[in-house]
Design a binder for this molecule. Sequence first.
Ligand SMILES: C[S@@+](CC[C@H](N)C(=O)[O-])C[C@H]1O[C@@H](n2cnc3c(N)ncnc32)[C@H](O)[C@@H]1O
Length: 268
Amino acid sequence: MGAKTLPYSDIDLSRWREYGHIWTDSLWLIEARDRTGGHRLDYHGNFVPQIATQTFLRYTKEDDIVLDLFLGSGTTAVEAVRLRRRLVGVELKADLVEYVRGKIPPALLDDRIRLLAGDATDAATAARVRETLAAMGAEHVQLLVLHPPYHSIIRFSDDPADLSNAPDVETFLDRFEAAARNGYGLLEPGRFAVLVIGDIYTGGELVPLGFYCLARMQAVGFRLKGIVVKNIAGNERGKGKAASLWRYRALAGGYFVFKHEYVMIFVA
Ligand SMILES: C[S@@+](CC[C@H](N)C(=O)[O-])C[C@H]1O[C@@H](n2cnc3c(N)ncnc32)[C@H](O)[C@@H]1O
């Protein structure tokens, strides 16, 4: 039987039984962060490399271009190198972009891997991404990754443009939507977007940020393909004394300690 491939991945469906390493269940219980292939836990708020591994293998082909609008410490950039994908990364903090540049093999930097310091919500940044794509001989990207701050849970900087500094949830969502809209315009029609997001508590109330962001993605025009619930154990949060304190607070306040976040998959 000949190879049977999809337009958006290198998976050969005629050998579908051999892809046990690609997860298709909606619950991801990840035991430990993948620390191989140049990945390290060096940034509060980075995601486990497996999110990049799974989505790149499933939704991109080799040499495809991934756009990450909240690059952070560059988990997706490192994974793009490992899986031979190309990537354009945008991050607000210029010093962090410099740091991520240091993780990328010099031969690939400013060639297959391009990193920009800028505000992902800004139309000017989208224009710069477009120019960058033109220099790479492309018009669109083939996968969009969005891993914004979970509002003010972790403050990433003092910059007012930083989504973690949005004065309230509504402003956060408006700014998130602006970034998603920029991403939508840059993504090849029919290709996929990945949103990694968690819910938050504020003022003794659960704010379902994940669901709100999902609604904003749909408002932009993305169609929902999947909601994966993923444990957050690999983020090294909630250990020791702090964990007991959270448990006490949960018992006392009638709520639950977050152990999950979402990996939502959309198509443009
Ligand atoms: C949750 S972290 C992303 C972590 C990343 N996935 C990783 O594995 O390292 C969110 C990042 O978004 C950045 N950020 C916040 N507001 C931004 C904006 N308006 N434009 C671009 N980046 C922004 C923050 O500086 C932070 O590094």
